[in-house]
Structures are given as structure tokens and as C-alpha cells.
Design a protein around this ligand. Sequence first.
Ligand code: SAM
Length: 200
Amino acid sequence: MPHPTTDIPLLRGPVPLVHLLLRQFVRCGDQVVDATCGNGKDTLLLTELVGANGQVWAFDIQQAALERTAQRLADVDLLSRVTLSATCHERLADLVSAPVSAIVFNLGWLPGGDRSVVTRPDTTLPALHASLKLLLPGGLLLITCYPGHAGGDTETDAVLAWSRDLDAKDFHVWRMGQQNVREQAPFCLVIQKAAHHHAA
Ligand SMILES: C[S@@+](CC[C@H](N)C(=O)[O-])C[C@H]1O[C@@H](n2cnc3c(N)ncnc32)[C@H](O)[C@@H]1O
């Protein structure tokens, strides 16, 4: 959400930081992935950033999320740039063919939707692992974690442990969280594939 009169981005919560990074790193013509499209806000930004020659793959397991994302994109006539997939992100490597410059995960539940459907570590972790292989050197994997809900705490711990184990020669791993908020507030992990990447 920008400042109402100056249009300066307001850094309230992790999503504006994710969007700043996407604006910096995603270029016209890029191929990118939204692994949890939800209400489609990240998908829309990605679609605008890649332009007419780019490609966006967007995943969600809930029909309501896919419909909201499709509507958001159709409203601005950008639906044709996006491949929407009613598929668990665990399978994203089966559907995404190209190396990509950015992959976004926004974990947890669909805002304004069914709160019993949440991302889960047993599928999130394989999806994150597969995502690393799809990234171009210099590409970004951005993960917003929600430790504040039941199940979100264990998922967050699992994602943090996984990220800590990534070899620093191959990946630059950052944790970005607001300090002056409750301890369980959401935060963002930023993982960049190194320019000279060695992992198999
Ligand atoms: C926090 S929301 C995403 C919000 C979205 N980035 C936005 O801008 O509106 C999380 C989404 O992940 C979806 N989800 C949960 N498990 C999933 C899975 N295994 N594969 C893909 N999406 C999943 C949920 O249905 C929900 O819509």
C-alpha cells in the first residue's frame, strides 16, 4: 500500500518489501512463478513487470483463489500473460519448463477465504527445493512466513531450518522481518542463487 499522497511505498509488513525486491530484480521478458497466487496481488505485479514478452506461472490448490486471481488480471486485460494452474506447488517443476528469475511463496491461508486450507511443510519444503533448481543465477526465491497461526509455527521452523542449511557458496540467504512488532509477526526470507552456482 503506497503513501496516500506521495506514492512512496510504505514498509508495513513483509509484502511491500517483497514487491520492492521484485521491482528491482524482475525484467521485461522474464519468466517467473507465483507458487501461492491467493488473491492475485503478487501475480498481478509479476505480470506487469515481465511485460508482453514475459511469462508468469501461478499456482494454487483452491478454486476460489484461482478465480480471484483470474478476475484481478482480467480486470486489467493481463490474463493472457499468465498460466494459472490448479496444482499443488510441490509439482511446479513438472509444469514450469524454463529457468526463472523469481519465485514467490506467500505461505499460510487465503485472506478472506477458508482458513482451514493452509500451506503445509510436507509440500512446501519439496516445492522450495524444486524452486531452487529452476532459478537462474542471480534469481530470487522470496518466501513470506506466518509463524502466528496453528501449524504456521512448525512450517516456519521447518522453512528456517531448511534455509539455514543452504550452502552459502551457492545461495545468499536473508531474513527480513519488522523488529517493533509482535514476535509471531510474518517475515520474509530472501534467497538469491549465486552468480557462480555449484550445486547439482
Ligand atoms: C497467503 S495466501 C497467498 C496470497 C497471495 N500471494 C496474494 O497476493 O493474495 C496463500 C495461498 O496458498 C495456497 N496454497 C495452500 N497450499 C498450497 C499448495 N500446496 N500449493 C499451492 N498453493 C497452496 C492457499 O490456497 C492460499 O490461497
